[in-house]
Design a binder for this molecule. Structure first.
Ligand SMILES: [Zn+2]
Length: 83
């Protein structure tokens, strides 16, 4: 029996392959506040896809903001140098 293969992390620009049951790779997941992670897990368990989609948008914004402040160690940030 083969498990379904994964998908890529929800964070913008991240191509880390993760399980279908995860929204983000471990690196990005750790950035999220605990209460948001709990809400995401609850929405997932309840198969509340509308709620989950809303939470995903919030999560992606939080990660975008965090990465603008400081690049994560080991995270390859694409710098747009075309000023
Ligand atoms: Zn990621």
């Amino acid at each position: 029996m083969t498990k379904p293969t994964g998908h890529s992390c929800a964070a913008s620009g991240c191509e880390e392959q993760i399980l279908l049951s995860r929204m983000m790779c471990a690196t990005h997941w750790r950035i999220l506040p605990g209460n948001l992670r709990d809400s995401i897990n609850t929405a997932y368990r309840r198969r509340n896809m509308t709620k989950l989609a809303q939470l995903a948008v919030r999560a992606v914004h939080i990660i975008d903001d965090a990465e603008q402040m400081e690049p994560l160690p080991g995270f390859k940030k694409v710098v747009n140098d075309g000023s």
